[in-house]
Design a protein around this ligand. Structure first.
Ligand SMILES: C[S@@+](CC[C@H](N)C(=O)[O-])C[C@H]1O[C@@H](n2cnc3c(N)ncnc32)[C@H](O)[C@@H]1O
Length: 290
């Protein structure tokens, strides 16, 4: 989908068709995730959500993050100096903790806001972490890392083309025997579908000024994709539409996908803390080796 940044008032008249069009079912090939990640107000809201230790929005809560880092360091047998890459590292919640285990850490994210925060935090706390502000789809490493992480179900947020490209790049970037660790949602994450919701806010996640939010979830069942569409009408009459994609997977889907790109799946859990796989799990944690 394209950005809809149009004004609902034209020459003093209400252009209701603009609103009507902005709430229609979008095209599945809509690939506009940057629109969401690039918005400075949303970026600041995301940073606050990451840094709130108790929220499971934007990142897992900080207690869960500690458990993931502890479990994965042991499970992957990562010794001091092992080289790891955290893709979509945000403000460095995982990088910071992996670095405290003595690992050689690189974090990559295309949010300037998050990377600026992460760099400052590392400087202040004398942590030797390399942070790179870059779209991870454009990375180009060969046999460089012992482990690569992509956490908070971010693989499912990518279009299939970008996901496939990323899987190839991660494979190339791993040392032989290195492991790719990631999580994805399953269909059981959504109890009720389709979802529709609206609310008004004086100031909130989407805009600093008063706005109306029309939220819809479109179910593309054949493709196993949910497209969440947020139509925002602000106090200046501007309409902006954002899409967030959730490609959900079964264990079988993951095994097939990993095989296609040459990985060997070592383990599938119900989350990245190593919780045993259960059939109706809402999430899958995966470790796949090169
Ligand atoms: C939901 S957040 C999760 C952050 C972190 N993994 C965590 O769990 O705390 C997704 C992060 O991925 C970043 N991101 C999304 N797509 C990206 C891309 N193509 N290249 C680099 N970073 C990306 C966003 O800027 C955001 O910081």
């Amino acid at each position: 989908m394209m950005q809809k940044d149009n004004n609902i008032i034209i020459n003093g008249n209400l252009n209701i068709n603009l609103l009507l069009n902005s709430v229609k079912k979008p095209d599945l090939n809509t690939d506009d995730e940057e629109l969401f990640w690039d918005d400075p107000h949303i970026a600041q809201q995301m940073l606050e959500a990451h840094l709130n230790p108790n929220w499971d929005a934007a990142s897992y809560n900080h207690k869960t993050i500690e458990q993931i880092v502890e479990w994965q360091t042991k499970y992957l047998n990562l010794k001091k100096g092992a080289k790891i890459l955290d893709l979509g590292c945000g403000p460095g919640l995982y990088c910071t903790r992996f670095s405290r285990y003595g690992l050689n850490v690189t974090g990559m994210d295309y949010s300037h806001n998050s990377i600026d925060y992460a760099r400052k935090y590392a400087d202040t706390n004398s942590l030797d972490i390399r942070y790179i502000c870059q779209d991870y789809i454009t990375m180009d490493y060969t046999h460089e890392f012992d482990a690569i992480f992509l956490i908070y179900c971010d693989l499912g947020a990518l279009s299939d083309n970008r996901r496939d490209l990323l899987l190839e790049k991660i494979y190339k970037a791993l040392k032989p025997g290195g492991t790719f660790v990631f999580d994805v949602f399953t269909r059981f994450n959504w109890e009720q579908l389709p979802l529709r919701n609206w609310y008004m806010s004086e100031s909130g996640f989407w805009k600093p000024n008063p706005h109306l939010v029309l939220e819809q979830t479109f179910d593309f069942e054949v493709e196993n994709i949910l497209l969440r569409q947020y139509t925002i009408l602000d106090d200046k009459g501007a309409i902006t539409t954002y899409h967030l994609r959730d490609h959900y997977y079964s264990k079988q889907n993951i095994l097939q996908l990993m095989k296609k790109y040459g990985y060997q799946v070592q383990d599938v859990w119900s989350d990245l803390t190593g919780k045993n796989y259960e059939e109706k799990t809402k999430c899958l944690g995966v470790a796949a080796t090169k």
